[in-house]
Design a protein around this ligand. Sequence first.
Ligand code: CUA
Length: 332
Amino acid sequence: MRNLLVGLSSLFLSGLAHASNFMPVAGNSYAKEVDSLYYLLLIASLISFVLLIGGMVWFCVAYRRKSDNDETPYISHNHTLEFLWSFIPFVIFVAVFAWGWKLFREARHMPKNAFEIHVKGVQWAWNFEYKSGKKTTGEFVVPVNTPIKLIMTSPDVLHSFFIPAFRIKQDVIPGRYTALWFEADEQGEFQVYCTEYCGEDHSRMLARLKVLSKSQFEEWLADDPMKEFEGLTMAERGKLMITKSACTACHNFESSESKIGPSLQGLFGKTREFAKASGAVANEDYIRESILYPQNKIVKGYESRKMTAYKGLISDEQVSWIIEYIKSNSVN
Ligand code: CUA
């Protein structure tokens, strides 16, 4: 019996030792408290398991039938025992409920002074927009020791925003706003997941959360590369984009001379001849395809040149700007 108890308790202790690292990193005090509640549940379950299964095994051995005329004594009830096995679990359940309720309230009660960020979950990326107008995709940055409120919605299907390190999760619903809040205690990087199956690339719908010091955050927020595009026409934005994306390193846009790649001056509306595919008129769709998947249609004579595929490097909006810029210098 003693050996059994020693064995079981060492199993229990090694379980506990592992328990300290089967949870994801805890990014703040809230996460640590959620973990403590889980450990309470885990320990209570382990103790109950040991008492119940241990007791059952012990009874089987100690009270087994020892001879053919063993008689079972008549036992009706025991008030003390019955009270204890009802009252102790009752106290544990009420404690777990109260603690859980406190944590749930804390998670759902949005602080009024929170720094707000708009989040849009689209198939299949997380987009963030700050009140300053700065936008990011797949990554967002917040200041440390500041309550952050995320105001979330979706234009397509249900998604779910989950930051394991902060133990918070919320559905993101089309046609409705939902919110989530957290406060990071330390600087660092944390992973964000989509935890609602939302189609083909659901598993790749990830984002990084970066927690910076307050001054670093202010600096980051003020540095908005999109500010330069404000107040410009689409074609003017396109012209800025081709410089920023280094298109001009290989293509001339304002003279017919070819560089590494063919000149794109006056391209719009012209008929292009290709190395493999049959010729096509350079319209919006052709230009888009040539930016995102340049290997699909290689212009005759440029077979040995390899252009970077801009798929994933440039947004649909930016592609439209470049198209408008090419159009604007094709009107002669
Ligand atoms: Cu979005 Cu899964």
